[in-house]
Write a protein that binds this ligand. Structure first.
Ligand SMILES: Nc1nc2c(ncn2[C@@H]2O[C@H](COP(=O)(O)OP(=O)(O)O)[C@@H](O)[C@H]2O)c(=O)[nH]1
Ligand SMILES: [Mg+2]
Length: 452
């Protein structure tokens, strides 16, 4: 178990040649390390340009050092941030020297873990730090920023307060097991729990959007051989990634590429064509296509507009939901010479495009952004999008609430209700992190980067 009295050090920037690189040091020893290395007193929060002297007195580099005095630092401890020239060999010399002077190499996420343990961040904010580092789109950055400012924590506090009111009413009767909860109290508790349940479910519903922000929008391009799937993939990517050919059946496996569409990022997946009469290898490709469709957030079903509407394989019909499917009537550039034949199935939104001339692609991108945004928060200032860990806690909270409401409805024993509500509180508490379970913290912070 790492001790908070250790002073930890780690590079905060990736290895490689760059203009500058940053070494971070946190812990009580920073107080003496500053004057020892830089040979002068460092004023807190003042970036100072000074030579770095190693223990032997050699100058390692001219650096920019900033000292943060506890508790006004990221970790809440004394911190040194040392910006060196961006050379991995310099960083190594600085780290070796810091280790000789008694510092220890920081574990992944240990700086943020200390910030959490010192009360500078709650757990949902600590996770937001990681989200912010890994965010790949404007929307993901916005959501991470709001969570970092404590939006989820505040939301949880509101819900938890309401729940505490309900629990207090129930607990008042625990000492009188013979007495039922008076009708008036039952009504009040039921209202409180209903409201908490609604709020909890609303939060859980943001998980899908949260996943799309964190992992990208899984977008599967689907259609018959030669419909123009690979051409569409290339057009959206802005480069030739997928093989395009007038011979059907060229894409047998699937291809995945990340692409930015406005403020969102898509994981665009080009698939094998839905050939109604496939050969053996094609058949395997089509099986993979179905797997991708099952995991997809969004399906772009491409029809060649000049050909009759193709039949959909039975396995697909049930899975394609108009809400997350768009029909793309491709090759509209050929319509001057032939009449449109393919039509979108009833109830599905369709767009006319040409992957070749790029007609309609801007509209398609706008449609994708509108679709994704509609799944997100209605109020951009309330950008909550929970992650898998939050969702798990919310599901347990919902179970507890539903069970308490069942007991309440059946006029059951108050102890059972109280116990349900206490486990609900515990589950909700995990989100912003009233966690003293070392294992959970170890698991969570181990996914962080070193130096963060
Ligand atoms: N005229 C025209 N041809 C297209 C369009 N999209 C694709 N094609 C052509 O249709 C053929 C099949 O395209 P491809 O992207 O390989 O289809 P896939 O089998 O669905 O991946 C190629 O010859 C493409 O050049 C389009 O919008 N207009
Ligand atoms: Mg193809």
């Amino acid at each position: 178990m790492p001790s908070p009295t250790d002073t930890i050090a780690a590079p905060a920037t990736p290895t490689g040649t760059s203009a500058v690189a940053l070494v971070r040091v946190s812990g009580p020893a920073c107080l003496e390390l500053g004057p020892a290395i830089f040979r002068e007193t460092l004023e807190p929060r003042e970036a100072t340009h000074l030579p770095y002297h190693d223990q032997a007195g050699e100058i390692v580099d001219d650096v920019l050092v900033t000292y943060f005095a506890e508790p006004r630092s990221y970790t809440g401890e004394h911190v040194l941030e040392i910006s060196t020239h961006g050379n991995p060999a310099i960083i190594q010399l600085v780290l070796d020297d810091l280790f000789k002077r008694g510092c220890r190499a920081a574990d992944p996420g240990e700086f943020t873990r200390r910030a959490f343990l010192n009360g500078n961040l709650d757990l949902s904010q600590a996770e937001a730090v990681m989200d912010l580092i890994h965010a790949r789109s404007a929307r993901a950055i916005a959501a991470a920023n709001q969570q970092l400012r404590g939006s989820l924590g505040q939301h949880m506090a509101k819900i938890t307060d309401e729940l505490l009111l309900g629990l207090a009413r129930v607990e008042a009767y625990i000492d009188f097991p013979e007495e039922d909860l008076p009708t008036e109290d039952r009504r009040i508790v039921a209202e409180l729990l209903d409201s908490v349940l609604r709020g909890t479910k609303r939060l859980l519903a943001t998980h899908r959007y949260g996943d799309m922000l964190r992992d990208g929008i899984k977008t599967v391009i689907l259609g018959e051989p030669n419909a123009g799937k690979s051409s569409l993939m290339n057009a959206l990517l802005g480069r030739d990634r997928a093989l395009v050919s007038d011979q059907p059946g060229t894409t047998r496996d699937y291809l995945e590429e990340a692409v930015m569409v406005g403020p969102h990022w898509l994981r665009l997946i080009d698939t094998a064509g839905l050939n109604p009469d496939p050969g053996e290898i094609e058949r395997q490709g089509i099986a993979k296509t179905f797997e991708r469709v099952a995991e997809a957030d969004l399906v772009l079903l491409v029809f060649d507009v000049t050909r009759p509407t193709p039949p959909l394989p039975g396995e697909l019909r049930g899975r394609l939901n108009p809400e997350h499917t768009r029909i793309l009537l491709n090759k509209v550039d050929l319509l001057e010479r032939s009449a449109a034949k393919a039509v979108a199935p009833e109830g599905f939104k369709s767009l006319e495009i040409s992957a070749l001339t790029e007609t309609g692609l801007t509209d398609l991108e706008a449609e994708i952004v509108a679709w994704a945004d509609a799944l997100g928060p209605t109020n951009q200032n309330d950008q909550i999008a929970v992650n898998a860990r939050h969702a798990d806690a919310l599901r347990r909270a919902i179970e507890g609430l539903e069970s308490a409401l069942t007991h309440l409805g059946a006029n059951g024993p108050t102890e059972l209700m109280a116990s349900d509500l206490r486990s609900t509180l515990e589950a909700l508490g995990e989100i912003s992190g009233r966690i003293d379970n070392e294992e959970v913290l170890d698991r969570l912070f181990s996914t962080f980067c070193i130096g963060k």
